[in-house]
Ligand binder design. Structure first.
Ligand code: PHE
Length: 460
């Protein structure tokens, strides 16, 4: 036990876990999913998912980790026996695949940061075309993704307190400062209010099955749930800490960054009348155009700061993604941390190559015939989303059937004297026992049907 790391205290844990949660998911993916799925309607469903499903699941995961004091595999195995260990392993594998494509997008952000700050990126004229060409430039992307993976490995190899926690303590506050400054600027742009309306006034008729699927997948992805990241981080949390209130702060921090990212992006979209820019390119195209319009010097500073922010956000997430398999190898296989971290980083980087080449560079990866001609990166990312909701559903079943709610309650009462008699306890018991497993089970199945055969099969 003594060789395992620990967070120095409450703030360290909250920042690291919020750092894991806040990432490309919030700033890059949330705005474009919201844009594609009805704006405020999406936001509404998203918030419901966070409150009813994600928050209880997060509490459950942290409780499992802190009780078992082990990695994702070891925790389930300790509390539930060998078969349940596979649930942990499933999460570890999902995390490896998430990191494989996540690192590619982080590489784009890293490249944009360097080329805006030190290069000529802001002299371009057509940012849509530029982005398309940029992410197809294999050597550039290869170098930046590799650079990003090296940064991640450097931090993770330093261990829990010196690496993960120290990085989060600097990067998380910086992120809020840059984000809020950009929102203030964005709201002063012409037409900004139209963008705000699109984002904040829900049109309920726009809610459909797809909105629900995307919002659900995104909420689990954004809070880093369903794959053992918070089980692993939970295992580094001290017994005197209040898990429930920490989980509330982490959820609020993450949701507020996603919300703020939308508030930053949509006024810009409206100002440029760029409603047709959709999907993964949204943030890269629209924001860069805005930075271009700011003029060469201001644009360079503000644009550089923004992409630096995106890199910070991504880095605190890639750290947690790499920590999950690393903790497994260190705890279970007793390997030394440093070589394990570098070995895993290399493996995951290689696993990311197909995603990297799936935007036109390699034809069959860019148009997967078995996946509605979509690109490989979207395929992996969709599969990972599904594994998160399936993983979270199984975790709830694990708590209810195997570990038992009473044991979870006991763990949650440590560091929280009032938990036992609180209404929150009733809420958590009820959601973990019934709401989460049933809804997540049904929705996960529907999403799987939808992804492979199209939802028309079920809904006509
Ligand atoms: N939550 C991170 C984001 O929003 C991604 C992530 C998913 C990190 C799962 C860890 C585990 O970008």
């Amino acid at each position: 036990m003594s060789t395992r790391g620990n967070f120095s205290g409450r703030i360290g844990f909250i920042l690291a876990a919020a750092g894991s949660a806040v990432g490309l998911g919030n700033i890059w993916r949330f705005p474009y999913l919201a844009g594609q799925n009805g704006g405020a309607a999406f936001l509404l469903i998203y918030l419901i998912c966070i409150f009813t499903l994600c928050f209880p699941v997060m509490i459950g995961e942290i409780a499992i980790g802190r009780k078992a004091q082990s990695d994702a595999y070891g925790s389930y195995q300790k509390l539930g026996g060998a078969q349940w260990g596979y649930l942990g392993l499933f999460g570890i594998v999902a995390g490896i695949f998430i990191l494989s494509f996540y690192n590619v997008v982080a590489g784009w952000a890293f490249g944009y940061f360097l080329e805006i700050t030190f290069g000529n990126l802001l002299n371009e004229t057509d940012y849509g075309a530029f982005f398309g060409a940029y992410i197809n430039n294999s050597w550039t992307i290869l170098t930046f993704s590799l650079g990003f993976m090296v940064l991640t490995a450097l931090i993770v190899s330093q261990g829990v307190q010196k690496g993960i926690e120290a990085a989060a303590k600097i990067m998380m506050p910086a992120l809020y400062v840059i984000l809020i400054s950009l929102i203030i600027y964005s709201l002063t742009l012409p037409n900004a209010i139209e963008g705000v309306k699109f984002y904040l006034v829900p049109n309920l008729s726009e809610i459909n099955v797809q909105t629900i699927f995307f919002a659900l997948g995104q909420s689990f992805f954004s809070l880093s749930l369903g794959m053992g990241a918070l089980v692993t981080y939970g295992s580094y949390v001290g017994k005197n800490q209040n898990i429930v209130s920490s989980a509330a702060i982490i959820s609020i921090a993450d949701t507020s960054v996603a919300f703020l990212a939308g508030l930053m992006v949509f006024p810009m979209v409206a100002a440029l009348n760029a409603y047709d820019v959709q999907g993964p390119s949204l943030v890269f195209v629209v924001l860069t155009q805005v930075f271009h319009n700011m003029g060469p010097i201001v644009g360079r500073i503000v644009g550089g700061a923004f992409f630096l922010l995106l890199c910070f956000a991504a880095l605190t997430s890639t750290i947690s993604l790499l920590e999950v398999p690393a903790a497994y190898m260190v705890d279970q296989k007793k390997f030394p941390r440093k070589p394990v971290v570098w070995g895993l980083a290399l493996l995951i980087f290689v696993l990311g190559l197909p995603s990297m080449l799936s935007f036109g560079r390699v034809e069959f990866l860019s148009h997967l015939t078995f996946y509605k001609n979509r690109d490989f990166l979207s395929f992996v990312s969709d599969m990972c989303d599904i594994s998160l909701t399936v993983g979270a559903c199984l975790m709830c079943i694990f708590i209810r059937k195997r570990w038992k709610i009473a044991n979870m309650t006991e763990e949650l009462s440590i560091g929280n004297d009032n938990y036992m008699g609180s209404w929150l306890r009733k809420y958590i018991d009820f959601t973990i026992s019934w709401v989460c497993p049933i809804l997540l089970g049904i929705l996960s199945l529907l999403i799987i049907f939808d992804k492979f055969w199209g939802i028309e099969l079920i809904f006509g």
